[in-house]
Design a protein around this ligand. Structure first.
Ligand SMILES: [Fe+2]
Length: 293
């Protein structure tokens, strides 16, 4: 079922970010047919990894769907930011290719955990290089795609990127997180309804405990190091903490409209601590949304 989203006018800070790089644009046109070719290539490439192992196939299908949905999220953001056609196409290309490394990663290691396998962003850049995927793109566009794929999964934005490169990186980081939140809430919901039937790839124990340093980091609005996670609830906390990492007000609006955070909170042990977390997070969102005034 497709969710209908409320689409208010753009927020001032989102628009200012785009104005800074200029609306006229000095980018070379990216031909629409290149995007179609890339879509065809990606379909063929990802289908190579399907085989006899249904566990692997299921996870690969999930990533194919995630790629489609991340494209939808990035197109929504591009629309809200009133990006021109060419920039929208570049953003869509980035969404299409951002997780290309996930396919060989899961087929080889049977995990999406970068710490236990390989960095899927670096692997993605390697695949694009080996398969000569970006060669038809103008050099600047190629570089924007490459940098966005390379850095989309980093804990924080890298320093020293120019405004336009940063814009694409911010777009994919927000679009990716939005869709991951859609996926994980759905997975947690199904798992709660029937844990036996709906098992999922999780390497941390599903127990009520929350690691104090993870709770404190979310309370303080700090990003969490994945190495600190000890339980499934820590993962949920970490996903809630992404709220502080969203770059665009439009992303927070979509997050609110979909109720994913409320659902994530509902899976945590209810008590004083989780109530303060909820208050902090909703105060933070409210303060960002006042930018709309
Ligand atoms: Fe992704």
């Amino acid at each position: 079922m497709r969710v209908q989203y409320f689409c208010p006018r753009p927020a001032r800070s989102d628009i200012l970010m785009v104005f800074r790089i200029g609306l006229s644009g000095d980018t070379k046109r990216m031909e629409p047919r290149w995007l179609d070719e890339l879509k065809r290539w990606l379909d063929a490439y990802t289908n190579r990894f399907f085989g006899q192992d249904e566990y692997v196939n299921r996870h690969l299908r999930l990533k194919q769907e995630h790629t489609d949905q991340t494209r939808e999220q990035i197109l929504y953001l591009a629309g809200r930011l009133a990006l021109d056609e060419n920039r929208t196409r570049i953003a869509e290309t980035i969404a299409l290719l951002h997780d290309v490394g996930r396919f060989p990663q899961f087929a080889r290691y049977r995990t999406y955990n970068d710490l236990r396998s390989v960095n899927h962003c670096c692997l993605g850049v390697e695949v694009l290089h080996q398969e000569r995927v970006l060669e038809s793109l103008p050099p600047q566009e190629r570089e924007w795609v490459r940098i966005a794929v390379a850095h989309h999964g980093r804990k924080a934005l890298p320093p020293d990127l120019d405004d336009e490169t940063l814009l694409y990186l911010k777009l994919i980081r927000d679009a990716d997180k939005l869709d991951i939140l859609r996926i994980v809430t759905e997975i947690y919901r199904r798992h709660k309804d029937d844990p036996q039937k709906n098992s999922f790839e999780i390497e941390l124990p599903d127990e009520p405990r929350m690691t104090p340093e993870v709770v404190e980091a979310v309370l303080a609005g700090q990003l969490i190091d994945y190495k600190c996670l000890r339980t499934l609830n820590d993962i949920r906390l970490c996903q809630i903490g992404w709220v502080y990492d969203f770059n665009f007000v439009a992303s927070l609006e979509r997050l609110q409209a979909c109720n994913w955070l409320d659902e994530l909170f509902s899976y945590l042990p209810q008590g004083e601590q989780v109530q303060s977390l909820r208050r902090n997070v909703s105060d933070y969102i409210a303060s960002r949304l006042t930018d709309l005034a």
